[in-house]
Design a protein around this ligand. Structure first.
Ligand code: ADP
Ligand code: MG
Length: 688
């Protein structure tokens, strides 16, 4: 077959594709990572370590040295009043380069000067052969983010080409632009791609230049606008108004061994008010570890059940879902509310039965993992979806659950389920104003009575012996403890082995104690048996994988040892530690680490040692990980901010919010223009 003749490929299109951009027009928003200053020569004597400079000199000598690794070594001497010498080394070179760099050749080198064995040196500088009268650049040189095989030169050329033909008109009406003190879009963009000689290099580098501020503002504005549009679309949806006509909630409250805290009551009221309305609830219930979110969720589910509809309750892992399921069954079954259980491990007849009960509405409440929103699951009339530990789900999973209404394709006219998300991870203010701008939040800001502070210590694994001795004393005194085994992300098998090894080691080292073991591979009833024995005080020490992360509640267990704490995330450490400090006994958490410990891990451990405040921990987590990972968004394709920084640019974020309101009210045409530029192809930013 003759191959179709193609028009010569547009280099812009090819480059855009290689960079993962939707189209060549998007190249104009491919902004420099940093700038290189080749506008002046720095005398070698003034070059500072760690700073890239442009130096010039004449080649004195050039040779290929075979050792320690074949390389081209060139000696250069400056051509000024107090000339100094410099070696530069090229590890990758062509023979022609040696021929070119003959003594007397004038070269200009850009790179970092370091002290070397033979004096000052540069490794792999960018260099150019020049004449004495070759002019210096009169502007900073942009350096773009790129991919392997795509040169700065090609990129710069393609971007410049786009800048020439693209529409650089302002998306903001003049009055709005002035009101927020912004420079014109065109001027900002050209400044960033082709900094004029007078542009302040420090401000460009630090991204505080007015040009940067304009671009960051625009980006934040696009985010705000798309969030508002999503919220607006949701308000057009209908949801079933839910009122607990059957009075199931009061019956559960009467049966509970404790009264709700004032904070729990307040949050429940907020949820009930939403549920009673005709529009889908979109609420986050946030409360620190152990603040008692589960019972509030159960009461919300009972509102749906009491109104004659269904609720689905989901947790991100099987173990967490199982814990929820046990609680829900304990609380709801006595009220005559059937609870279905669905997870990957539920197979065969049990699965068919659960699916049938969900489909015909016999099960008013379904608890499970994301197995709950697979295609085979049909709800009779789902009116409320509850997502526990919501930050651990990907954005797409959460949206899929929302879509799982009773109707095949929920649209503006068909009801969609109410959504209640729960998280122990507080949303820092900056995120609340951006990604979560679209969310109502209820906070359980008090813990149930009787919690005690936990002393946290960070110890090297070399002090394991001491820790075990402490454990012995603590348990012989009538208390109980947890030993949490390392997280082995790569392999569940290895994780299991680590837990079994620790169990064997501790059993041998502590013959006077009864030591139990629980891990994810145990069958549900085996796990339940071990947990029951621990709860009943028959075991002193529970060796566990991170299965005990959530849901375990044994007030007499006041000591926790966590192995390889350096591998765990802040939220996880905080969750784990939340298992102790629930009784009257003095509580402690010992974090064991093994070298090597990365810088970030060291910071995480310091944070967890210093504070027990979930809010402060979340803020640090955000700082250490960045919003992308914090949101669990990496895997979900959530478009993240490229230029603006939620923390550093908080003032711009506030302004972008105001500007979004203004545009939506007074300049709908500008909204479309702006979103077309920043979120082409209908990519929408999702709040949850
Ligand atoms: P989390 O918010 O971390 O999910 P849980 O819902 O698991 O917390 O609650 C932690 C423990 O506190 C559970 O044993 C729960 O039964 C108990 N609890 C919840 N609310 C109260 C309350 N108002 N008074 C006393 N204990 C409570
Ligand atoms: Mg919980």
């Amino acid at each position: 077959m003759p191959s179709p003749r193609r028009a010569p490929a547009d280099p812009g299109a090819d480059i855009a594709r290689r960079l993962g951009l939707p189209d060549p027009q998007a190249l104009i928003l491919h902004l420099p990572l940093r700038y290189e200053d080749e506008t002046h020569l720095t005398p070698l004597a003034q070059a500072m370590p760690g700073e890239a400079v442009l130096v010039e000199g004449l080649v004195v000598h050039a040779e290929v040295q075979p050792r320690p690794r074949r390389q081209l070594v060139v000696q250069v001497e400056e051509d000024n009043d107090a000339p100094q010498r410099l070696h530069f080394r090229l590890l990758h070179y062509y023979p022609s380069q040696l021929a070119q760099l003959q003594p007397g050749t004038r070269v200009r080198l850009y790179g970092e000067v370091r002290p070397g064995f033979f004096g000052a040196e540069m490794v792999h500088p960018r260099y150019r052969i020049v004449r004495a009268d070759t002019p210096l650049s009169d502007h900073l040189t942009p350096v773009y983010p790129t991919v392997a095989g795509l040169s700065q030169y090609a990129l710069h050329k393609a971007i410049t080409g786009q800048l020439r033909q693209a529409d650089l008109d302002d998306s903001l009406p003049e009055a709005v632009r002035r009101r927020f003190g912004l420079v014109p879009f065109r001027e900002a963009l050209l400044t960033l791609h082709h900094p004029p000689p007078e542009a302040d290099p420090a401000a460009l580098e630090a991204r505080t230049h007015t040009a940067w501020r304009r671009l960051k503002f625009d980006e934040l504005l696009a985010q705000q606008l798309s969030l508002r549009q999503a919220a607006h679309a949701r308000r057009r949806h209908r949801a079933l108004p839910l009122n607990d006509k059957a009075g199931l909630g009061p019956r559960l409250l009467a049966a509970l061994p404790f009264p709700l805290t004032a904070a729990q009551q307040r949050c429940l009221e907020e949820i009930r008010r939403d549920l009673a309305g005709g529009h889908p609830m979109h609420r986050l219930l946030q409360g620190d570890v152990g603040s008692g979110k589960t019972v509030v969720a159960a009461l919300a589910a009972l509102t749906a059940a009491g109104a004659g509809h269904q609720a689905a309750v989901m947790a991100p892992t099987e173990i967490l879902a199982e814990q929820l399921h046990l609680k829900f069954r304990e609380w709801l079954t006595p009220l005559g509310v059937e609870v279905a259980w669905l997870a990957a491990a539920v197979k065969g007849k049990a699965r068919q039965a659960a699916l049938a009960a969900i489909a015909d509405g016999t099960a008013r409440v379904a608890v499970g993992t994301h197995a709950l929103f697979q295609d085979e699951v049909r709800f009779h009339d789902l009116a409320l979806a509850v997502v526990d530990e919501q930050h651990r789900f990907g954005v797409e999973q959460r949206l899929a659950l929302r879509e799982k209404g009773s109707a095949p394709a929920p649209g503006p006219r068909l009801p969609v389920p109410h959504l209640l998300m729960m998280s122990a991870t507080p949303i820092p203010r900056s995120l609340a104003m951006s990604y979560y701008a679209d969310l109502d939040v209820s906070v359980i800001d008090e813990l149930p009575p009787g919690r005690t502070p936990v002393t946290t210590r960070v110890l090297s694994d070399a002090r394991r012996g001491e820790v075990i001795a402490r454990l012995r004393d603590y348990c012989l005194d009538g208390a109980q403890a947890y030993w949490v085994c390392p997280l082995v992300e790569e392999s569940e098998k290895l994780q299991l082995k680590a837990a079994q090894d620790a169990h064997a080691e501790l059993t041998a080292a502590l013959p006077e104690l009864r030591v139990g073991l629980v891990h994810g591979r145990l069958k549900a009833d085996e796990k339940a048996a071990v947990m029951a024995a621990f709860k009943a005080g028959e075991l002193h020490l529970l060796v566990a994988t991170t299965v005990i992360e959530v849901g375990v509640d044994v007030p007499n267990a006041g000591l926790m040892v966590i192995e390889h704490a350096e591998r765990m995330g802040l939220a996880q450490l905080h969750q784990l530690r939340g298992r102790v400090g629930r009784g009257r006994r003095e509580s402690a958490c010992m974090l064991l680490y093994s070298r090597p410990v990365s810088d970030t891990a060291r910071q995480r451990l310091a944070v967890i040692r210093e504070t027990q405040d979930g809010f402060a921990i979340a803020r640090e987590d955000l700082r250490l990980r960045g919003p992308g990972e914090f949101l669990g968004a990496r895997q979900s394709g959530l478009p993240l901010l490229r230029f603006a920084d939620l923390e550093a640019d908080a003032d711009l974020l506030e302004q972008a919010r105001d500007a979004a309101s203004l545009l939506l009210e007074e300049h709908p045409e500008a909204v479309r223009r702006h979103l077309d530029r920043w979120l082409p192809k209908g990519v929408a930013l999702m709040g949850a």
